[in-house]
Design a protein around this ligand. Structure first.
Ligand code: CA
Length: 283
């Protein structure tokens, strides 16, 4: 009887020990799972705004520049500015924002987008239907070209100049003949997207500012479909802005192919933001 009791007690005790250990093991496993999941989330999303981009650095920008076009080449920015009487082509130092080289357009030309194709800078003007071609090194005017629409943004895919005119249409132009080769209409969910502004061709996609919005459209070059939207609505929260400063819209996209970073700014913005897009964001 005593033996039985003892056995029973042992059994009960073992049962309790077993359950207690199992419970501890389960708690540990549960905590490990939560920690792992949290850690995984932290690694994936660390510092990325809305799972889209992360600010790498912030550089000064001339807040009197009405930015219409931005390109990154050879560790310098090339920038086009607009407004009548204030339009220019500039070479800008990244760390200081200093303008190292400048060409002022005649007062009756409103500067728009720029792109650099084979060491020549192509610059559009807004309503003048005239484009300028400069030597990249000297800013010497080499040639002019004309088009029958408003000039807004310009980039190139290595074969064609790609030009926006404020409508949903992108014009693909042969850079040798300046003849239009084809048009692509930009749309999102079957609706044409208007006001396509500054452009940047990045790894087979066209990134485009949409005038008066805080979003950049990521466009399939062949179909014109917007495959994603980069929301930069909160990016100015990262800097102090003088209340008297006249800040205009987001405009200006440049791409650092070597580092894989984007530069974004806006008209009269006091800064240029160097950002990294999350790898899985660009589809
Ligand atoms: Ca650009």
């Amino acid at each position: 009887m005593l033996k039985f009791r003892k056995k029973s007690f042992l059994l009960k005790n073992n049962f309790f020990n077993l359950n207690y250990k199992s419970l501890l093991l389960l708690i540990n496993l549960f905590l490990l799972l939560i920690f792992s999941a949290q850690n995984c989330l932290n690694n994936e999303n660390s510092g990325f705004s809305e799972n889209q981009y992360r600010i790498i650095d912030i550089f000064p920008h001339d807040n009197t520049a009405f930015t219409q076009g931005l390109v990154w080449k050879g560790n310098y920015f090339y920038e086009s500015t607009g407004l009548y009487g204030r339009s220019s082509l500039r070479k800008v130092e990244i760390q200081t924002g200093n303008v190292l080289q400048k060409y002022d357009l005649p007062n009756d030309y409103f500067g728009e987008g720029i792109t650099i194709f084979k060491d020549s800078i192509y610059q559009l003007t807004w309503k003048e239907q005239t484009g300028f071609i400069y030597d990249q090194e000297t800013f010497q005017l080499i040639d002019t070209f004309s088009y029958s629409y408003e000039g807004w943004g310009i980039t190139h895919d290595g074969k064609h100049l790609i030009i926006s005119d404020g409508s949903p249409v992108l014009h693909f132009v042969d850079p040798c003949t300046m003849e239009e080769v084809k048009q692509v209409t930009v749309y999102f969910q079957k609706t044409p997207v208007r006001f396509i502004n500054e452009l940047e061709y990045i790894k087979g996609k066209i990134f485009a500012n949409i005038w008066q919005t805080k979003q950049i459209a990521i466009i399939n070059t062949d179909s014109g479909e917007v495959t994603n939207w980069l929301d930069l609505g909160g990016i100015l929260d990262n800097i102090e802005i003088n209340s008297s400063q006249d800040i205009d819209v987001l405009n200006g996209i440049a791409y650092d192919e070597d580092k894989g970073y984007l530069f974004v700014t806006g008209k009269f913005w006091p800064n240029i933001f160097q950002i990294k897009i999350m790898d899985n964001f660009v589809q």
